[in-house]
Design a protein around this ligand. Structure first.
Ligand code: AMP
Ligand code: ZN
Length: 456
């Protein structure tokens, strides 16, 4: 097997990726807060995570992917002040917080599908896992990491060693950042809420009883409780956007390691921002954001042009968004699809030399721009049409650009599921999926650890 290298925010160097359990990877990606549509900046992060997941699978690893849906407890300020984004969104739209959550969750899943982002194996909602969060806070309380203020139960960050091991910031800088919104009752500016009490004279739409009174969980605790619940000991890779490093992920690590006494995730991988002109971050709070719907679907631009644009920039480099870039990538995507359409029917073999260059690029900290260059080279090469086609469609398992337009995305998804079943030696499932694919008019042919998919 080829070695995979990933830049780990914990160590600030590219490290060889070695999973805890041979052949399997536990992957947790922080999901959306569902009080509004995802913007294309958010979607850049989910695209990079999809590239990571597809790269791991392309290398023959079975990925157990968990993504949460934050439907409670994410406050408008970072420092446990401000309103709950969900309740605020509900008030603005005149709908219940539960309606808002299910509406924007469905919209989010549609965006993922439009971008060929593979769904996680497990979706988990914060509100479906309240007892697990309460139980973790109880453990922290028993171990002496918590204290109570007038508005909630807080985590005492001075009780953990190396609170800054992910952020690498010195504590004074972290404290400075945390001071923006002042909460006088906190013992340390970096302390954060685990449980917030409902306001005394007001009933919240989302609230639960707990050993400390009626209220709701703080935002960070959901990711700790749910990753431990759904991944167990397979805490391999945890991802998110770069903005999660200093607070959200730092706090997840502090509370999880305090509760379990064990290391919480071996690799922390973060994607850079999508910025608008002038280097300003695209953000919901800035009101400068574009959605997939208004920037692509409504303008009849294939959302996969955005996927290609994102793949053209390394995930750790800031990406600037403007209309011209998208128009150019739309043309490039069309061009690639024409080139693939000219290759005719599928009967060739994957070219191992090109495949090696492709996988080398991906395994070097997900160098998708280089992987795309290999794909372009392949299309321009003098390889036979048949082998070119087999090879480019194999690459498209990672690129996810639907390069051969006559194979629908749901058939490709079934072929991917079959691949996972075959690797797990679940031959009954793999045969069942092959039959389903055949019923849709396609044949899937095994090719080493890969496959090719063709019209019957
Ligand atoms: P949220 O729904 O605000 O929790 O954000 C969802 C994900 O999008 C998180 O992983 C954020 O780090 C990420 N994110 C937020 N803004 C941007 C941006 N402008 N570019 C890339 N990722 C972002
Ligand atoms: Zn999270």
């Amino acid at each position: 097997m080829n070695k995979i290298f990933l830049y780990n925010t914990l160590s600030r160097v590219k490290e060889e990726f070695v999973p805890i359990k041979d052949g399997e990877v536990g992957l947790y990606t922080c999901g959306p807060t569902v009080y509004n549509f995802a913007h294309i900046g958010n979607l850049r992060t989910y695209l990079f995570e999809d590239l990571l997941k597809r790269t791991l699978e392309y290398n023959g690893l079975n990925v157990k992917h968990v993504m949460n849906i934050t439907d409670v407890g994410h406050l408008t300020g970072d420092q446990d002040m401000g309103e709950d984004k969900m309740e605020k969104g509900a008030a603005t739209e005149g709908r219940s917080a539960w309606d808002i959550a299910s509406y924007y969750t469905a919209a989010f899943k549609e965006d993922l599908a439009a971008l060929n982002i593979m769904a996680p194996n497990t979706w988990c909602r914060a509100t479906d896992n309240i007892p697990e969060q309460i139980s973790m806070i109880e453990t922290l309380e028993k171990k002496g990491f918590t204290y109570k203020t007038s508005d909630g139960i807080y985590f005492d960050t001075s009780k953990v060693k190396n609170y800054n091991k992910l952020s690498h910031l010195n504590l004074d800088e972290l404290k400075e950042g945390a001071r923006v919104e002042k909460n006088e009752e906190k013992k340390n500016p970096t302390d954060f809420s685990l449980w917030k009490f409902s306001p005394k004279n007001e009933q919240r739409q989302m609230e639960w009883t707990s050993p400390w009174g009626v209220g709701f969980p703080g935002w960070h605790i959901e990711c700790s409780a749910m990753s431990l619940k759904f991944l167990g000991k397979q805490l391999d890779i945890h991802c998110g956007g770069i903005d999660h490093v200093n607070i959200h992920h730092t706090n997840e690590i502090a509370q999880s390691e305090a509760a379990t006494g064990e290391k919480f995730f071996n690799y922390w991988v973060h994607g850079a921002f999508l910025n608008i002109a002038g280097g300003k971050k695209m953000a919901k709070s800035e009101g400068n954001f574009l959605t997939l719907q208004n920037a692509f679907v409504a303008k009849n631009i294939d959302p996969l042009a955005y996927r290609l644009a994102v793949l053209s920039v390394h995930y750790r480099k800031p990406m600037e968004y403007n209309d011209e870039i998208i128009l150019n990538t739309e043309k490039s995507l069309e061009h690639m699809r024409h080139q693939v359409a000219d290759l005719g029917a599928l009967k060739g073999e994957i070219n191992m030399e090109f495949k090696e260059h492709f996988v080398d690029a991906l395994n070097d900290d997900l160098n998708s721009a280089q992987a795309l260059a290999v794909a372009q080279e392949l299309l321009k090469s003098d390889l036979s049409k048949e082998d070119k086609l087999a090879t480019i469609l194999d690459f498209d398992r990672v690129l996810g650009l639907s390069l051969k337009q006559d194979i629908p995305a749901h058939v490709i998804e079934l072929a991917e599921q079959r691949m996972v079943a075959r690797r797990a030696k679940d031959f009954a499932e793999s045969d069942k999926l092959r039959d389903e694919i055949a019923e849709m008019g396609f044949v899937v042919k095994d090719n080493g650890d890969s496959y090719v998919l063709m019209n019957k």
